[in-house]
Write a protein that binds this ligand. Structure first.
Ligand SMILES: [Zn+2]
Ligand SMILES: [Zn+2]
Length: 187
């Protein structure tokens, strides 16, 4: 049998992919033994897979960023409403002026971040323990849960809010990294 590429040369091996006969020179081009066409096809396939994987990765980072940003925006809106309500409620405070109460504003502004973070923790914990809420729950446990979230909103609000800002920044950076990786893989 003659080599597929060289009619004057005796074949010594076959392409592992398509079985084409290859001479010594052609057979030793690639490891494992492949013809040019199969080698290129396999390279292209691998490239397409890498691009698809990088594309998927970028997509998941974009989704995470939009989730984190949406969460942050919602907390900012809720925090702003709460801060305004607190200011209105204290507008005719006879002991303190609004200016004196201003240092408390960040606590009000960040309150929803802490409240929502702890609510999420509680929900996740309950799901893990298989606790299902029913309508005939005692008033005591409902008030207990409410007080717990109030305290969490107050004490964890600022760190929770800052952590959220950090998460958005980190998500943005991850999107940039994923985009750079996609560009690199596409080349
Ligand atoms: Zn082949
Ligand atoms: Zn050959």
């Amino acid at each position: 049998m003659k080599c597929f590429n060289h009619e004057d040369r005796e074949a010594v091996a076959t392409c592992q992919h398509c079985g084409k006969a290859l001479c010594k020179a052609c057979a030793s081009k690639y490891t494992p033994c492949l013809c040019d066409e199969c080698f290129q096809a396999i390279q292209q396939e691998a490239h397409a897979q890498r691009v698809a994987a990088a594309e998927g990765h970028r997509q998941s980072r974009l989704e995470r960023l939009s989730f984190s940003s949406g969460d942050l925006i919602l907390n900012c809106v809720l925090g702003a409403i709460l801060t305004i309500l607190a200011a209105v409620a204290n507008a005719d405070n006879e002991y303190y002026s609004l200016l004196e109460l201003a240092p408390l504003a960040p606590l009000f502004f960040c309150f929803p971040a802490g409240w929502r973070l702890v609510s999420r923790w509680v929900r996740a914990g309950e799901e893990q323990m298989g606790i299902v809420h029913t309508y005939d729950e005692s008033v005591g446990s409902l008030i207990g849960g409410l007080l717990f979230k109030l305290a969490a909103g107050w004490f964890l609000g600022i760190p929770a809010f800052l952590f959220q800002v950090y998460k958005v920044l980190r998500a943005r950076k991850e999107v940039k990294t994923a985009e750079a990786e996609l560009m690199r893989v596409k080349q």
